[in-house]
Ligand binder design. Structure first.
Ligand code: BT5
Length: 320
């Protein structure tokens, strides 16, 4: 834990002010150093009252996804142990990919308040309004053959779906990477990977979850299809807390993947998505066709019965 987080922990111990002397003796730093950390906290957006003779009191915390704020809600032993924070970045996936090439630890995350060029699949844009939603990329190093990488995207949908259930919503899953609420997209996942001949070196699981965004925060063309926690519940959420829950849930499914394999992840996803027997339309680069879903196979591909033939779909957009 860094010093800023330690000082914050003191400020959060009770209702009363905490004396600079007390903090300085507990942390074995000078009172001037304590004062400098208070200044630093103020620059980060914390509101601190200085009561003469009584010390410092935390009056308000900023709405930011600082790593130490997420750590208060994140209890896993792998995912979220290290979080790299950016105020603004091109894409958290791009940043995570660069870090991963330098041997970052399994479970390292990159998070940002906004993305200048947030990405979806096929270089589509991911709208990333400042300070409203979650844009987080998680580096995972599962021991998997590249052929089995696809279902890793389901870890994120399952984790986000659990999170939304725990907040009282009723999310549904749409193949391959969407989480919807009332038929509108609340979360998308972008999976990018680096492979060796027979092994995945790492995957970057990029999660975009809409939290406190309103319709006005989105480009007009996305508005009709998108939603957020705020839009669905009329409540404002602490993003760092939501992020902590998502990362903890992700770790649960990451463990399932490691202990029971991709087949189990596919089974869990299919159970949750309940897509068997449903008529779907799949749009691909140059074609669109309809079929009846027969679920997914053990590689995560969608199986569709179309004019009597079973078609294996590995990429595309689904309409139900
Ligand atoms: C996705 O792509 O759904 C993957 C989105 C992944 C975003 C995360 S954020 C953190 C990390 N860093 C990145 O740069 N990316 C990841 P796809 O299935 O292709 O859906 C993209 C489409 O969703 C767009 O073409 C829009 O129609 C719609 N869309 C864009 N922004 C949205 C938003 N904030 N909420 C809901 N829908 C959105």
């Amino acid at each position: 834990m860094n010093r800023v987080a330690e000082i914050l922990a003191f400020l959060r111990t009770g209702e009363d002010a905490v004396s600079g002397d007390y903090i300085s003796s507990c942390l074995a730093i000078s009172r001037t150093a304590v004062w400098k950390y208070m200044k630093q906290l103020e620059r980060l957006g914390y509101v601190i009252e200085r009561a003469k003779g009584r010390g410092y009191r935390l009056m308000a915390a900023p709405d930011r996804v600082y790593p130490w704020e997420i750590a208060r809600h994140c209890h896993g032993s792998v995912i979220g142990r290290e979080i790299v924070y950016h105020d603004s970045i091109d894409s958290t996936n791009t940043a995570a990919f660069k870090i991963a090439l330098n041997d970052s630890k399994d479970g390292t995350c990159v998070i940002a308040e906004t993305q200048r060029t947030g990405r979806g699949r096929l270089q589509r844009k991911w709208a990333s309004p400042y300070g409203k939603n979650l844009y987080v990329s998680v580096i995972l190093r599962p021991r998997l053959h590249p052929l089995h990488s696809y279902p890793v995207t389901f870890l994120s949908s399952l984790a986000v779906s659990d999170t939304l259930f725990s907040l009282g919503l009723k999310p549904t899953l749409k193949w391959p990477n969407d989480v919807l609420v009332n038929g509108k997209k609340i979360c998308g996942t972008l999976l990018e990977l680096s492979t060796e001949a027979e092994m995945i070196r790492f995957v970057v699981v990029g999660i975009g979850l809409n939290v406190n965004m309103t319709k006005r925060d989105l480009p007009a063309e996305v508005r009709p299809k998108a939603t957020s926690l705020l839009l669905e519940t009329k409540k404002h959420y602490e993003r760092a807390a939501v992020c902590g829950i998502v990362l903890d849930n992700l770790e649960v499914y990451y463990r399932v993947l490691q202990e029971r394999g991709v087949e189990e992840i596919c089974r869990l996803w299919e159970d949750r998505a309940r897509i068997r027997g449903i008529e779907m339309e799949v749009s691909q680069m140059d074609s669109t066709f309809r079929g009846i879903s027969e679920g997914i196979d053990r590689y995560g591909a969608l199986l569709l019965r179309h004019r009597g033939k079973l078609i294996r779909v590995i990429a595309g957009d689904v309409n139900i």
